[in-house]
Design a protein around this ligand. Structure first.
Ligand code: ADP
Ligand code: MG
Length: 231
């Protein structure tokens, strides 16, 4: 789904946030990215999501060389392929949950009625069918993050990228949000989650460990074998 090859990223001001990272995310994976604050996790996620371009090295997304695409072509690729969830929700204030989600579909070539229909379905999916007309300030943190997840998945992206999605939530709301991300994974979405939660990371099939802008290790956890119902 995504491959980074020998990627470095030096931010304006000269901070080298990524220092030679190679990483592949296969379709259908559920991966945690862990590491201390400042180790380059968010920079890595932004490159995986083509929100930013590497200083050197290559990024391939769904068979495209991201470095060879124009900004417009990259935007189109993102709109059709990738959903994003951030720690601070990034919802528009003064806009209902329904419109927050529907506006996320603006670049999908749908009519307004079609956008609202898909948005409503996405909100139902995250258990917020009864909160569609609420504005962000009328929702709890956990509910806001569920709206953000609905917005991220309303367009049915193959890939969902989440940067500390539970970082601003109490543990019960965080569990609900992680449960939703697991459900999306179970239904076929490739999911990458940055997290500080060690227990959560250890419970996921794959952990990528970062430090000082490098991948310093990986853990893969054997999955419970699928139950064979054919006999
Ligand atoms: P993490 O998400 O693991 O905390 P980041 O990827 O946000 O790490 O940051 C890695 C390093 O890059 C840090 O030293 C940070 O200060 C720096 N950095 C991140 N974003 C920028 C930016 N936009 N401009 C300058 N430096 C940045
Ligand atoms: Mg970060």
């Amino acid at each position: 789904m995504i491959t980074l090859t020998d990627v470095t990223k030096t931010h304006p001001g000269g901070v080298t946030a990524l220092d030679g990272v190679s990483l592949s995310i296969a379709p259908g994976e559920l991966t945690a990215i862990v590491g201390p604050s400042g180790s380059g996790k968010s920079t890595l996620l932004n490159l995986l999501g083509t929100l930013d371009r590497p200083t050197t090295g290559r990024v391939h997304v769904a068979g495209h060389d991201a470095g060879a695409l124009s900004d417009d072509a990259l935007s189109a690729l993102r709109a059709s392929l990738i959903g994003y969830v951030f720690q601070q929700f990034h919802l528009a204030a003064g806009t209902s949950a329904l419109d927050n989600v529907a506006d996320g579909l603006l670049y999908r070539g749908l009519r307004p009625a079609g956008r609202r229909r898909r948005a409503a379905a996405a909100l139902e999916r995250v258990g917020l069918g009864h909160r569609m007309d609420h504005h962000p300030h009328e929702l709890s943190g956990g509910e806001r993050q569920r709206v953000a997840i609905a917005r991220a998945v309303a367009g049915d992206p193959a890939l969902l990228l989440a940067d500390e999605p539970t970082g601003a939530l109490d543990s019960a709301s965080g569990q609900t949000v992680i449960g939703l991300l697991r459900e999306l994974h179970a239904s076929g979405t490739t999911v990458v989650i940055i997290t500080h939660d060690r227990a959560l990371a250890a419970s996921l099939p794959r952990q990528v460990r970062m430090r000082d802008g490098r991948v310093i290790g990986e853990v893969r956890r054997a999955q419970a074998p699928a139950v064979d119902v054919s006999r």
